[in-house]
Design a protein around this ligand. Sequence first.
Ligand code: AMP
Length: 192
Amino acid sequence: MTRRRIVLLGPPGAGKGTQASRIAEHLAIPAISTGDLFRANISGGTELGRTVQEYTSRGALVPDSVTNAMVADRLTHQDVTDGFLLDGYPRNVAQVEELDTLLAARGQDVQVAVELTVDVDAVVARLLQRAQVEGREDDTEPVIRHRMDVYAEQTAPVAAVYAQRGLLVQVDGLGSVDEVTERLLAVLDQDA
Ligand code: AMP
């Protein structure tokens, strides 16, 4: 059985967004990216967008109360019944616990956490390149460095929690987009 309640981890610039869409399409489940949801709210000028921009623009984590409420709402949508892939959430250990609680209320749990591993210098270069293409305001070098630090301090422990539960699989994020997708799909097709 393919595992269908998936958490995708990996530092900024590891290619999570691209891979998340591909896997989600392949498995016919939604890819839920908290970063994309925040950006959509910012560009849409919503109240949530105005609240979070001061954090996203400097590469800091948005407060858990705001992020968790947004995810809780998203997980009430009908399309997550058969599974979902979370990209960019949970981002700290408190969010892991919140996700556990949200899923437990429905008799569910996370089935696998996949961590895309990459070389830090390579991802900084990739993000600076993305800055020129997409113009994201958090893709400047100092903000990128800060996001890397936040990942190491707050999100790396998330991988450790899933590792303790025997749910973590690390996948080499280096290579062509197709190669990495194949590696990820191979991992997800394995039995839990
Ligand atoms: P991303 O697109 O995943 O790199 O996220 C962009 C920015 O959105 C991050 O630098 C944070 O400011 C914010 N963000 C995304 N996901 C989370 C989360 N789970 N918790 C807190 N902040 C988040």
